[in-house]
Design a binder for this molecule. Structure first.
Ligand code: SF4
Length: 461
Protein backbone atom coordinates (compact mmCIF):
# COMPACT_ATOMS: atom_id res chain seq x y z
CA UNK A 1 0.00 0.00 0.00
CA UNK A 2 1.22 3.53 -0.76
CA UNK A 3 1.97 6.00 2.02
CA UNK A 4 -1.24 7.92 1.31
CA UNK A 5 -3.15 4.60 1.43
CA UNK A 6 -1.74 3.80 4.89
CA UNK A 7 -2.57 7.28 6.22
CA UNK A 8 -6.04 6.95 4.73
CA UNK A 9 -6.70 3.63 6.56
CA UNK A 10 -5.56 5.09 9.88
CA UNK A 11 -7.74 8.19 9.45
CA UNK A 12 -10.79 6.13 8.48
CA UNK A 13 -10.44 3.98 11.60
CA UNK A 14 -10.38 7.10 13.74
CA UNK A 15 -13.23 8.98 12.15
CA UNK A 16 -15.71 6.27 11.16
CA UNK A 17 -16.75 5.64 14.78
CA UNK A 18 -16.98 9.25 15.95
CA UNK A 19 -20.64 9.39 17.09
CA UNK A 20 -20.83 13.15 17.39
CA UNK A 21 -19.59 13.61 13.86
CA UNK A 22 -22.10 11.01 12.66
CA UNK A 23 -24.96 13.00 14.13
CA UNK A 24 -23.81 16.10 12.26
CA UNK A 25 -23.44 14.21 9.00
CA UNK A 26 -26.84 12.58 9.48
CA UNK A 27 -28.48 15.99 9.93
CA UNK A 28 -26.75 17.20 6.81
CA UNK A 29 -28.02 14.13 4.93
CA UNK A 30 -31.61 14.60 6.13
CA UNK A 31 -31.49 18.26 5.16
CA UNK A 32 -30.24 17.32 1.71
CA UNK A 33 -32.89 14.65 1.16
CA UNK A 34 -35.72 17.03 2.14
CA UNK A 35 -34.41 19.79 -0.12
CA UNK A 36 -33.61 17.42 -3.00
CA UNK A 37 -37.17 16.12 -3.14
CA UNK A 38 -38.38 18.89 -5.40
CA UNK A 39 -35.30 19.50 -7.61
CA UNK A 40 -36.85 17.62 -10.49
CA UNK A 41 -40.14 19.53 -10.05
CA UNK A 42 -38.46 22.71 -11.25
CA UNK A 43 -38.43 21.34 -14.77
CA UNK A 44 -41.26 20.19 -17.00
CA UNK A 45 -38.97 17.39 -18.17
CA UNK A 46 -35.86 16.94 -16.05
CA UNK A 47 -34.51 14.04 -18.13
CA UNK A 48 -34.56 16.20 -21.25
CA UNK A 49 -32.62 18.91 -19.42
CA UNK A 50 -30.07 16.39 -18.16
CA UNK A 51 -29.57 15.11 -21.71
CA UNK A 52 -29.11 18.66 -22.99
CA UNK A 53 -26.49 19.31 -20.33
CA UNK A 54 -24.66 16.11 -21.15
CA UNK A 55 -24.66 16.89 -24.90
CA UNK A 56 -23.16 20.33 -24.27
CA UNK A 57 -20.30 18.91 -22.24
CA UNK A 58 -19.79 16.05 -24.63
CA UNK A 59 -19.61 18.38 -27.61
CA UNK A 60 -16.89 20.31 -25.82
CA UNK A 61 -14.84 17.10 -25.38
CA UNK A 62 -15.30 16.17 -29.03
CA UNK A 63 -13.82 19.42 -30.33
CA UNK A 64 -11.51 20.16 -27.43
CA UNK A 65 -8.38 20.99 -29.38
CA UNK A 66 -10.17 23.55 -31.55
CA UNK A 67 -12.36 25.04 -28.80
CA UNK A 68 -9.48 25.58 -26.38
CA UNK A 69 -7.58 27.52 -29.03
CA UNK A 70 -10.74 29.50 -29.87
CA UNK A 71 -11.04 30.43 -26.22
CA UNK A 72 -7.42 31.55 -25.99
CA UNK A 73 -7.77 33.69 -29.14
CA UNK A 74 -10.93 35.33 -27.83
CA UNK A 75 -9.42 36.11 -24.42
CA UNK A 76 -6.40 37.73 -26.08
CA UNK A 77 -8.70 39.73 -28.37
CA UNK A 78 -10.64 40.83 -25.30
CA UNK A 79 -7.44 42.14 -23.68
CA UNK A 80 -6.61 39.22 -21.36
CA UNK A 81 -3.60 36.88 -21.08
CA UNK A 82 -3.80 33.06 -21.15
CA UNK A 83 -1.24 30.75 -19.52
CA UNK A 84 -1.19 26.95 -19.78
CA UNK A 85 -0.07 24.73 -16.90
CA UNK A 86 0.59 21.03 -17.40
CA UNK A 87 0.55 20.07 -13.74
CA UNK A 88 0.16 21.33 -10.18
CA UNK A 89 3.78 22.45 -9.82
CA UNK A 90 3.70 24.44 -13.02
CA UNK A 91 0.38 26.07 -12.08
CA UNK A 92 1.60 27.09 -8.61
CA UNK A 93 4.84 28.60 -9.88
CA UNK A 94 2.98 30.30 -12.73
CA UNK A 95 0.70 32.07 -10.27
CA UNK A 96 3.56 32.92 -7.95
CA UNK A 97 5.54 34.40 -10.86
CA UNK A 98 2.56 36.47 -12.02
CA UNK A 99 2.15 37.86 -8.49
CA UNK A 100 5.90 38.62 -8.27
CA UNK A 101 6.04 40.22 -11.72
CA UNK A 102 3.02 42.36 -10.90
CA UNK A 103 4.49 43.23 -7.48
CA UNK A 104 1.29 42.16 -5.77
CA UNK A 105 1.69 42.34 -2.00
CA UNK A 106 -1.83 41.70 -0.72
CA UNK A 107 -3.73 38.89 -2.36
CA UNK A 108 -7.32 37.78 -1.87
CA UNK A 109 -8.56 34.41 -3.02
CA UNK A 110 -12.04 32.99 -3.52
CA UNK A 111 -13.25 29.39 -3.24
CA UNK A 112 -11.56 27.12 -5.75
CA UNK A 113 -11.54 23.33 -5.80
CA UNK A 114 -8.65 23.46 -8.25
CA UNK A 115 -6.62 25.64 -5.86
CA UNK A 116 -7.20 22.93 -3.22
CA UNK A 117 -6.23 20.24 -5.70
CA UNK A 118 -2.87 21.82 -6.48
CA UNK A 119 -2.23 23.00 -2.90
CA UNK A 120 -2.05 26.68 -3.90
CA UNK A 121 -2.66 28.32 -0.49
CA UNK A 122 0.07 26.48 1.45
CA UNK A 123 2.47 26.99 -1.45
CA UNK A 124 1.92 30.75 -1.63
CA UNK A 125 2.09 31.03 2.16
CA UNK A 126 5.39 29.15 2.08
CA UNK A 127 6.57 31.70 -0.49
CA UNK A 128 5.61 34.44 2.01
CA UNK A 129 2.74 35.80 -0.09
CA UNK A 130 0.20 37.62 2.08
CA UNK A 131 -2.94 35.81 0.94
CA UNK A 132 -6.44 35.65 2.47
CA UNK A 133 -9.23 33.21 1.69
CA UNK A 134 -12.52 35.12 1.35
CA UNK A 135 -15.13 32.35 1.23
CA UNK A 136 -16.57 32.20 4.76
CA UNK A 137 -16.52 28.40 5.13
CA UNK A 138 -13.02 28.09 3.68
CA UNK A 139 -11.87 31.08 5.77
CA UNK A 140 -12.97 29.24 8.93
CA UNK A 141 -11.17 26.06 7.84
CA UNK A 142 -7.96 27.98 7.17
CA UNK A 143 -8.12 29.48 10.68
CA UNK A 144 -7.84 25.85 11.84
CA UNK A 145 -5.05 25.21 9.30
CA UNK A 146 -7.34 22.66 7.68
CA UNK A 147 -8.44 22.21 4.12
CA UNK A 148 -12.21 22.49 3.48
CA UNK A 149 -13.90 19.16 4.19
CA UNK A 150 -16.39 19.46 1.37
CA UNK A 151 -16.29 21.74 -1.68
CA UNK A 152 -19.88 22.89 -1.23
CA UNK A 153 -20.18 23.14 2.56
CA UNK A 154 -16.58 23.57 3.64
CA UNK A 155 -17.00 24.04 7.37
CA UNK A 156 -20.16 21.99 7.86
CA UNK A 157 -18.25 19.57 10.12
CA UNK A 158 -17.48 22.36 12.60
CA UNK A 159 -19.61 23.21 15.61
CA UNK A 160 -20.65 26.82 16.24
CA UNK A 161 -19.25 26.62 19.79
CA UNK A 162 -15.83 25.57 18.49
CA UNK A 163 -15.78 28.33 15.88
CA UNK A 164 -16.68 30.91 18.56
CA UNK A 165 -13.78 29.66 20.70
CA UNK A 166 -11.41 29.79 17.77
CA UNK A 167 -12.45 33.37 16.93
CA UNK A 168 -12.00 34.34 20.57
CA UNK A 169 -8.43 33.04 20.44
CA UNK A 170 -7.57 34.47 17.01
CA UNK A 171 -9.25 37.86 17.20
CA UNK A 172 -9.36 38.49 20.97
CA UNK A 173 -13.17 38.35 21.29
CA UNK A 174 -15.55 36.80 23.78
CA UNK A 175 -16.04 33.08 23.21
CA UNK A 176 -19.84 33.03 23.08
CA UNK A 177 -20.57 34.92 19.86
CA UNK A 178 -23.75 34.00 17.99
CA UNK A 179 -23.60 32.86 14.33
CA UNK A 180 -24.67 36.37 13.27
CA UNK A 181 -21.92 37.97 15.34
CA UNK A 182 -19.37 35.51 13.96
CA UNK A 183 -20.42 36.49 10.44
CA UNK A 184 -20.05 40.19 11.29
CA UNK A 185 -16.50 39.58 12.52
CA UNK A 186 -15.64 37.59 9.39
CA UNK A 187 -17.00 40.32 7.12
CA UNK A 188 -15.07 43.00 8.99
CA UNK A 189 -11.79 41.11 8.65
CA UNK A 190 -12.43 40.41 4.96
CA UNK A 191 -13.65 43.89 4.06
CA UNK A 192 -10.29 45.32 5.15
CA UNK A 193 -8.58 42.84 2.89
CA UNK A 194 -10.70 43.64 -0.17
CA UNK A 195 -9.89 47.32 0.16
CA UNK A 196 -6.14 46.77 0.17
CA UNK A 197 -5.89 43.85 -2.26
CA UNK A 198 -3.52 44.21 -5.22
CA UNK A 199 -4.44 40.89 -6.76
CA UNK A 200 -7.40 38.51 -6.69
CA UNK A 201 -7.33 34.81 -7.49
CA UNK A 202 -10.70 33.33 -8.41
CA UNK A 203 -12.00 30.13 -9.93
CA UNK A 204 -14.59 29.84 -12.71
CA UNK A 205 -17.63 27.62 -13.20
CA UNK A 206 -17.06 27.53 -16.97
CA UNK A 207 -15.13 29.28 -19.68
CA UNK A 208 -16.67 29.89 -23.06
CA UNK A 209 -14.95 29.08 -26.35
CA UNK A 210 -16.97 31.28 -28.71
CA UNK A 211 -16.69 34.50 -26.69
CA UNK A 212 -13.71 34.12 -24.34
CA UNK A 213 -16.06 34.80 -21.40
CA UNK A 214 -15.48 33.49 -17.88
CA UNK A 215 -18.53 32.45 -15.87
CA UNK A 216 -18.43 32.67 -12.10
CA UNK A 217 -21.30 31.95 -9.71
CA UNK A 218 -21.26 32.61 -5.98
CA UNK A 219 -23.44 33.14 -2.93
CA UNK A 220 -21.55 35.60 -0.77
CA UNK A 221 -20.50 38.40 -3.13
CA UNK A 222 -16.86 37.84 -2.16
CA UNK A 223 -15.81 37.23 -5.78
CA UNK A 224 -17.23 40.56 -6.89
CA UNK A 225 -15.66 42.33 -3.91
CA UNK A 226 -12.30 40.63 -4.54
CA UNK A 227 -12.02 41.65 -8.16
CA UNK A 228 -13.53 45.11 -7.68
CA UNK A 229 -10.36 46.70 -6.28
CA UNK A 230 -7.53 44.44 -7.36
CA UNK A 231 -5.33 45.58 -10.26
CA UNK A 232 -4.60 41.99 -11.18
CA UNK A 233 -7.21 39.27 -11.55
CA UNK A 234 -6.01 35.68 -11.96
CA UNK A 235 -8.63 33.11 -12.97
CA UNK A 236 -7.50 29.59 -12.11
CA UNK A 237 -9.49 27.00 -14.01
CA UNK A 238 -9.18 23.37 -15.16
CA UNK A 239 -9.32 22.66 -18.88
CA UNK A 240 -12.41 20.49 -18.28
CA UNK A 241 -14.54 23.60 -17.63
CA UNK A 242 -14.71 24.52 -21.28
CA UNK A 243 -18.12 24.98 -22.89
CA UNK A 244 -18.63 25.69 -26.58
CA UNK A 245 -21.08 28.60 -26.48
CA UNK A 246 -22.35 31.32 -24.16
CA UNK A 247 -25.89 30.00 -24.82
CA UNK A 248 -24.95 26.80 -22.95
CA UNK A 249 -24.96 28.50 -19.56
CA UNK A 250 -28.77 28.74 -19.62
CA UNK A 251 -28.83 24.95 -19.24
CA UNK A 252 -25.79 24.32 -17.04
CA UNK A 253 -25.97 27.07 -14.42
CA UNK A 254 -29.54 26.41 -13.20
CA UNK A 255 -28.85 22.67 -13.00
CA UNK A 256 -25.69 23.06 -10.97
CA UNK A 257 -27.24 25.61 -8.57
CA UNK A 258 -30.39 23.57 -8.08
CA UNK A 259 -28.63 20.28 -7.35
CA UNK A 260 -26.24 21.88 -4.94
CA UNK A 261 -29.35 21.68 -2.80
CA UNK A 262 -29.29 24.53 -0.36
CA UNK A 263 -32.40 26.34 0.78
CA UNK A 264 -32.16 28.76 -2.09
CA UNK A 265 -32.61 27.32 -5.55
CA UNK A 266 -30.17 29.60 -7.36
CA UNK A 267 -26.86 31.26 -6.62
CA UNK A 268 -27.02 34.83 -5.37
CA UNK A 269 -24.63 36.25 -7.99
CA UNK A 270 -23.65 35.22 -11.49
CA UNK A 271 -20.79 37.05 -13.18
CA UNK A 272 -19.95 36.92 -16.87
CA UNK A 273 -16.50 38.36 -17.21
CA UNK A 274 -15.79 39.43 -20.75
CA UNK A 275 -12.74 41.68 -20.49
CA UNK A 276 -10.49 43.28 -17.90
CA UNK A 277 -11.64 46.62 -16.57
CA UNK A 278 -9.96 49.49 -18.38
CA UNK A 279 -11.08 52.93 -17.25
CA UNK A 280 -9.38 56.25 -16.58
CA UNK A 281 -8.77 55.34 -12.97
CA UNK A 282 -8.16 51.62 -13.36
CA UNK A 283 -6.26 49.38 -15.75
CA UNK A 284 -6.88 45.87 -14.53
CA UNK A 285 -4.91 42.93 -15.88
CA UNK A 286 -6.69 39.63 -16.45
CA UNK A 287 -4.76 36.35 -16.47
CA UNK A 288 -6.43 33.03 -17.17
CA UNK A 289 -4.38 30.06 -15.98
CA UNK A 290 -5.65 26.89 -17.68
CA UNK A 291 -4.60 23.78 -15.82
CA UNK A 292 -4.42 20.20 -17.06
CA UNK A 293 -3.06 18.29 -14.03
CA UNK A 294 -4.08 14.81 -15.28
CA UNK A 295 -7.35 15.94 -16.83
CA UNK A 296 -6.15 14.92 -20.27
CA UNK A 297 -5.27 11.45 -18.87
CA UNK A 298 -8.88 11.08 -17.74
CA UNK A 299 -10.24 12.53 -20.97
CA UNK A 300 -8.28 9.89 -22.89
CA UNK A 301 -10.08 7.11 -21.00
CA UNK A 302 -13.12 6.20 -23.00
CA UNK A 303 -15.33 5.43 -20.00
CA UNK A 304 -13.94 7.46 -17.10
CA UNK A 305 -13.94 10.64 -19.22
CA UNK A 306 -17.65 10.77 -18.47
CA UNK A 307 -16.81 12.12 -15.01
CA UNK A 308 -15.33 15.21 -16.65
CA UNK A 309 -18.88 16.28 -17.51
CA UNK A 310 -19.41 16.80 -13.75
CA UNK A 311 -20.60 20.28 -12.86
CA UNK A 312 -19.50 19.95 -9.21
CA UNK A 313 -22.94 20.36 -7.69
CA UNK A 314 -22.00 17.99 -4.85
CA UNK A 315 -25.29 16.06 -4.90
CA UNK A 316 -23.54 12.69 -5.20
CA UNK A 317 -21.44 13.01 -2.08
CA UNK A 318 -24.34 14.48 -0.11
CA UNK A 319 -26.23 11.19 -0.53
CA UNK A 320 -23.23 8.85 -0.41
CA UNK A 321 -23.41 6.63 2.74
CA UNK A 322 -19.64 6.28 2.73
CA UNK A 323 -19.00 10.04 2.52
CA UNK A 324 -21.60 10.51 5.25
CA UNK A 325 -19.70 8.06 7.45
CA UNK A 326 -16.13 9.21 6.97
CA UNK A 327 -16.58 12.86 5.89
CA UNK A 328 -14.52 14.72 3.32
CA UNK A 329 -11.10 15.08 4.94
CA UNK A 330 -10.04 11.44 4.81
CA UNK A 331 -10.23 11.38 1.01
CA UNK A 332 -7.26 13.77 1.15
CA UNK A 333 -8.45 14.98 -2.19
CA UNK A 334 -9.96 18.26 -3.38
CA UNK A 335 -12.89 16.21 -4.69
CA UNK A 336 -14.24 14.07 -1.86
CA UNK A 337 -16.93 11.43 -2.31
CA UNK A 338 -17.64 9.46 -5.47
CA UNK A 339 -16.23 12.10 -7.87
CA UNK A 340 -12.91 12.07 -6.03
CA UNK A 341 -12.81 8.28 -6.14
CA UNK A 342 -13.22 8.27 -9.92
CA UNK A 343 -10.96 11.22 -10.68
CA UNK A 344 -8.16 9.85 -8.55
CA UNK A 345 -7.32 7.28 -11.23
CA UNK A 346 -5.86 10.16 -13.23
CA UNK A 347 -3.03 10.11 -10.61
CA UNK A 348 -2.17 6.50 -11.46
CA UNK A 349 -3.28 3.00 -10.44
CA UNK A 350 -1.14 2.67 -7.34
CA UNK A 351 -2.06 6.10 -5.98
CA UNK A 352 -5.79 5.53 -6.49
CA UNK A 353 -6.12 1.93 -5.25
CA UNK A 354 -7.05 2.75 -1.64
CA UNK A 355 -9.95 5.02 -2.73
CA UNK A 356 -11.31 2.64 -5.35
CA UNK A 357 -13.00 0.47 -2.71
CA UNK A 358 -15.06 3.38 -1.34
CA UNK A 359 -18.34 2.46 -2.94
CA UNK A 360 -21.06 0.08 -1.81
CA UNK A 361 -22.79 0.18 -5.24
CA UNK A 362 -26.00 1.53 -3.71
CA UNK A 363 -26.43 3.75 -6.81
CA UNK A 364 -28.07 6.54 -4.76
CA UNK A 365 -25.68 9.11 -6.22
CA UNK A 366 -26.87 8.42 -9.76
CA UNK A 367 -30.47 9.20 -8.88
CA UNK A 368 -29.49 12.75 -8.00
CA UNK A 369 -26.72 13.46 -10.51
CA UNK A 370 -27.94 16.23 -12.85
CA UNK A 371 -25.49 15.03 -15.50
CA UNK A 372 -26.77 11.44 -15.47
CA UNK A 373 -23.26 10.14 -14.80
CA UNK A 374 -23.21 6.41 -14.06
CA UNK A 375 -21.02 7.02 -11.04
CA UNK A 376 -21.00 3.50 -9.53
CA UNK A 377 -20.19 1.95 -12.91
CA UNK A 378 -17.21 4.26 -13.31
CA UNK A 379 -15.93 3.35 -9.85
CA UNK A 380 -16.28 -0.32 -10.78
CA UNK A 381 -14.37 0.40 -14.00
CA UNK A 382 -11.56 1.92 -11.92
CA UNK A 383 -11.45 -1.18 -9.74
CA UNK A 384 -11.22 -3.46 -12.75
CA UNK A 385 -8.37 -1.43 -14.22
CA UNK A 386 -6.53 -1.19 -10.91
CA UNK A 387 -6.82 -4.94 -10.27
CA UNK A 388 -5.65 -5.70 -13.79
CA UNK A 389 -2.87 -3.19 -14.15
CA UNK A 390 -1.59 -2.80 -10.64
CA UNK A 391 -2.65 -5.85 -8.68
CA UNK A 392 -3.36 -3.66 -5.62
CA UNK A 393 -6.84 -5.08 -5.21
CA UNK A 394 -5.71 -8.72 -5.25
CA UNK A 395 -6.84 -9.17 -1.63
CA UNK A 396 -10.42 -8.31 -2.60
CA UNK A 397 -10.16 -10.59 -5.63
CA UNK A 398 -9.19 -13.54 -3.40
CA UNK A 399 -12.10 -12.85 -1.03
CA UNK A 400 -14.57 -12.76 -3.92
CA UNK A 401 -13.12 -15.94 -5.44
CA UNK A 402 -13.63 -17.59 -2.07
CA UNK A 403 -17.24 -16.36 -1.86
CA UNK A 404 -17.99 -17.45 -5.43
CA UNK A 405 -16.65 -20.92 -4.70
CA UNK A 406 -18.66 -21.17 -1.48
CA UNK A 407 -21.96 -20.14 -3.03
CA UNK A 408 -21.53 -22.46 -5.99
CA UNK A 409 -23.24 -25.39 -4.22
CA UNK A 410 -25.15 -26.19 -1.04
CA UNK A 411 -22.43 -28.56 0.12
CA UNK A 412 -19.78 -25.86 -0.19
CA UNK A 413 -21.99 -23.36 1.63
CA UNK A 414 -22.48 -25.80 4.50
CA UNK A 415 -18.73 -26.12 4.86
CA UNK A 416 -18.33 -22.33 5.21
CA UNK A 417 -19.35 -22.31 8.86
CA UNK A 418 -16.61 -24.78 9.84
CA UNK A 419 -14.12 -22.81 7.83
CA UNK A 420 -15.02 -19.47 9.36
CA UNK A 421 -15.10 -20.93 12.87
CA UNK A 422 -11.45 -21.91 12.61
CA UNK A 423 -9.35 -19.89 15.06
CA UNK A 424 -6.98 -18.40 12.48
CA UNK A 425 -9.95 -17.28 10.37
CA UNK A 426 -11.56 -15.64 13.41
CA UNK A 427 -8.34 -13.77 14.13
CA UNK A 428 -8.02 -12.64 10.53
CA UNK A 429 -11.62 -11.44 10.45
CA UNK A 430 -11.20 -9.60 13.74
CA UNK A 431 -8.22 -7.76 12.31
CA UNK A 432 -10.15 -6.76 9.19
CA UNK A 433 -13.35 -5.79 10.98
CA UNK A 434 -11.57 -3.71 13.59
CA UNK A 435 -12.23 -3.34 17.28
CA UNK A 436 -15.52 -1.46 16.90
CA UNK A 437 -17.53 -4.18 15.21
CA UNK A 438 -18.64 -7.58 16.35
CA UNK A 439 -18.15 -10.45 13.94
CA UNK A 440 -21.64 -11.82 13.24
CA UNK A 441 -22.31 -15.17 14.89
CA UNK A 442 -23.06 -17.89 12.37
CA UNK A 443 -26.11 -20.06 12.91
CA UNK A 444 -25.40 -23.51 14.32
CA UNK A 445 -27.13 -25.14 11.40
CA UNK A 446 -27.36 -23.97 7.83
CA UNK A 447 -30.67 -23.51 6.05
CA UNK A 448 -30.29 -26.74 4.09
CA UNK A 449 -29.37 -28.69 7.23
CA UNK A 450 -32.46 -27.33 8.99
CA UNK A 451 -34.61 -28.02 5.98
CA UNK A 452 -33.49 -31.58 5.80
CA UNK A 453 -34.08 -32.04 9.51
CA UNK A 454 -37.54 -30.51 9.44
CA UNK A 455 -38.58 -32.64 6.54
CA UNK A 456 -37.00 -35.79 7.98
CA UNK A 457 -34.76 -36.22 4.98
CA UNK A 458 -32.37 -39.06 4.94
CA UNK A 459 -29.00 -37.30 5.55
CA UNK A 460 -27.12 -39.89 3.56
CA UNK A 461 -29.04 -39.07 0.35
S1 SF4 B 1 -21.00 13.65 -10.41
FE1 SF4 B 1 -23.06 14.48 -10.78
S2 SF4 B 1 -23.95 14.65 -8.71
FE2 SF4 B 1 -21.74 14.42 -8.44
S3 SF4 B 1 -20.99 16.52 -8.29
FE3 SF4 B 1 -20.79 15.89 -10.45
S4 SF4 B 1 -22.68 16.58 -11.42
FE4 SF4 B 1 -23.05 16.66 -9.22
Amino acid sequence: MTESGTIFSQNVKQIAFDDERHKKMLNRYIFFMCAAEDCANHYANIELEKNRAFNIRNKAFKYYDKLLVDFETNVINNGGIVRWARDAEEAKYMIYNILSDEKAKNVVKTKSILAEEIGLMPFLEMKKVDITETDTGDFICYQYNERPSDPNHSASHKKQKDIAELYAEKFGLSNDLSPKQLMTVTRKVLNNRYLTADAAITSADFFVADTGDIIISEDEGNVLKSIANADVHIVLVGIDKLIPSIDDISVLLPLSSLYEVTRIKAKSYYTILSKPEKSQIKKQKLYVVLVDNNRSTLLAKEQQRRIMTCIECGACHSVCPIFNTIGGHVYDNAFPGPVGVIRKIGDGYEESAHLATLCGSCHQCEQYCPMNIKISDLILRNRIEIAKENGSLLGEKRVFNFIMKRVSSRKEMDKTKEFLNRLEMKQMLKKTWGVHREIPVLAEESFSELWKKLNNFDQSV
